[in-house]
Design a protein around this ligand. Structure first.
Ligand code: ZN
Ligand code: ZN
Length: 553
């Protein structure tokens, strides 16, 4: 199935395709009605993409809720199959497949994967409540009323969580404690400050604040439950072979299997090592004069990279440097005519919110399809409170060159641009059921595309550090598959990341931490990159001399 990769391009091709045959008309009506039914069971998801219809609803994740969900998804799947797939338009064929995958995935998660039993990070209300304040909803009174209504089930929510958890892995348990602690400030500070700003009668204010306090107590009680959890035989953090191929199929939605992608990633690693060796050998005299070159390929590459990496911004300038580069990247994209960017869509750089702490250093939060006018945020992790050694290691990883590639990836023309286009899709199904392989694949592809078009002036240092960065995506895949389905040890993982992928210690440790608490997610970068570059190369061959990056038909 190549549909996920095609989705971005197809909406451009098919933007003029109106439903004319009766099967398509019916299917269009079905899609709308289906989504309405779907949101009732997924209110947090709806809110997170800007549909506030069920924003007051917090579902309690207990057995009866899960039974209800499985029944619903099974019924929908049956109904979906009544549509004649072969006669639908291409656009609707894709939507059909996306819906089918989503429904099958949901049933599989509840009946087979059962991560609600072993992954305590499953339970965290921080993100869904934080959107009340990050989305800048108005008026404040209405926001607080909805927040208050939603608070009602927080206690029952965490009681269900405690009942569900059976055999958690230690790693997920630890992260759940950290993330839930990070969520507290939304209820202890943001909510309290907002309630007070409304200047209600004291009795009314007390009533509002009381429910906030009860939510804080419920979260703290869950944290305590996790801290006290007695588990002599904790589940391994590894996903395991029995789940891996299926989770890969449902989440990555590639035409390739996990095994095929694993083989392709190993091959890419060899290719990158060779390219890097060539550049590093040429750069050697520039940085090391007449010193003898190391005979080990990887040692040579590492020495050159380490030397270049000392060029980095100061910790206190990290965020400002990112803010400075964004307009420069926009100007380059424009000058080279690479892709159209809507100048009216804002992008803001902000400090990473508390509830996100612990997984990644920089990320993008974009407005969803129901809130196309919302703000896109570039979340930057802070280095405050880090030891000087840890900060230095981080800054060397995100050195002068890599920081530029990071900004291409996260913002322009990476995630920020892709998600802006995603909201323009004529299919709400595609915008809603976004595919990580497309999202990350586009960002990783855009890095190569920028450099191929002369970003960084073809400086060998830029290419060397780009290859190192691309090696990171590649090794993400090798790591995830090896750790979760091939029992890779921590020592072997560190060897892959540090010796073979030239990462700083902090970066590698962070990745080891991440691969313990997530699974399959790390595969999307390389898989999407491979699918998009394969597609692009085919298209380039087809068009020959008339090919340009921007040209689509
Ligand atoms: Zn330094
Ligand atoms: Zn990304």
């Amino acid at each position: 199935m190549k549909k996920s990769i095609f989705s971005f391009l197809l909406f451009i091709f098919l933007i003029n395709a109106h439903a004319t045959n009766s099967a398509d008309v019916k299917f269009d009506m079905y899609k709308k009605a289906f989504l309405e039914r779907f949101w009732k069971l997924n209110p947090e998801w709806a809110s997170s993409i800007g549909n506030q219809k069920y924003t007051q609803l917090l579902l309690v994740p207990n057995d009866s809720q899960r039974i209800k969900e499985v029944a619903f998804y099974t019924k929908e799947l049956k109904f979906l199959k009544t549509f004649p797939l072969a006669t639908l338009s291409d656009l609707n064929k894709i939507d059909y497949k996306i819906i089918e995958n989503e429904l099958q995935k949901k049933i599989w998660q509840i009946n087979v994967l059962k991560d609600y039993e072993w992954n305590p990070t499953y339970y965290n209300v921080g993100e869904t409540f934080a959107t009340f304040f990050t989305e800048n909803r108005t008026p404040l009174k209405k926001t607080i009323d909805a927040f208050y209504a939603k608070l009602k089930n927080v206690h029952a929510y965490f009681e269900a969580a405690k009942a569900n958890i059976k055999n958690p892995s230690n790693e997920h348990l630890q992260l759940a404690i950290e993330q839930n602690e990070g969520s507290l400030s939304i209820f202890e500070n943001d909510y309290v400050d907002s309630v007070k700003a409304l200047r209600y009668y004291p009795e009314h204010e007390d009533q509002l604040l009381k429910r906030g306090k009860e939510a804080v107590a419920a979260i703290k009680s869950y944290i305590q439950f996790l801290k006290d959890f007695k588990n002599d035989t904790p589940r391994s953090f590894r996903l395991g072979n029995e789940f891996y191929a299926d989770k890969f199929k449902y989440e990555i939605q590639s035409q390739y299997t996990a095994d095929e992608i694993f083989a392709a990633a190993l091959q890419r690693k060899e290719y990158l090592h060779n390219e890097m060796f060539n550049i590093a050998s040429k750069l050697w005299p520039k940085y090391f004069g007449s010193q003898t070159m190391p005979t080990d390929k990887l040692v040579l590459i590492k020495k050159v990279i380490d030397t270049i990496s000392v060029q980095h911004v100061k910790a206190e300038n990290f965020k400002q440097e990112i803010e400075k580069q964004l307009p420069e990247l926009t100007a380059f994209v424009k000058a080279k005519n690479l892709i159209y960017m809507d100048p009216t869509k804002p992008l803001k750089v902000r400090k990473e919110p508390g509830y996100m702490v612990g997984v990644a250093g920089a990320s993008m939060s974009s407005p969803g399809p129901y809130e196309a006018k919302g703000t896109a945020f570039y979340n930057v992790g802070t280095l405050e409170g880090w030891s000087p050694e840890k900060a230095e290691s981080y800054l060397r990883e995100y050195n002068k060159y890599v920081l530029q590639i990071l900004n291409i990836h996260e913002a322009i023309p990476g995630h920020y641009v892709q998600l802006m286009y995603s909201n323009l899709s004529p299919s709400i199904i595609k915008s809603v059921f976004q595919n990580n392989t497309m999202i990350e694949g586009w960002a990783v592809y855009s890095e190569l595309m920028m450099l191929e078009n002369g970003y960084g002036n073809n400086e060998p240092e830029m290419w060397l550090l780009y290859y190192k960065w691309n090696l990171r995506s590649t090794c993400n895949t090798i790591l995830d598959i090896s750790v979760h389905s091939k029992n890779m040890s921590e020592a072997d993982a560190m060897d892959l990341l540090v010796r073979q992928a030239f990462q700083q210690k902090t970066e590698a440790e962070g990745k080891w931490h991440r691969v313990q608490v997530t699974n399959v997610q790390l595969d999307c970068y390389f898989t999407g990159f491979k699918e998009i570059t394969d597609l692009r190369n085919d298209y380039k061959t087809k068009l020959g001399n008339t090919y340009t990056v921007k040209k689509i038909q």
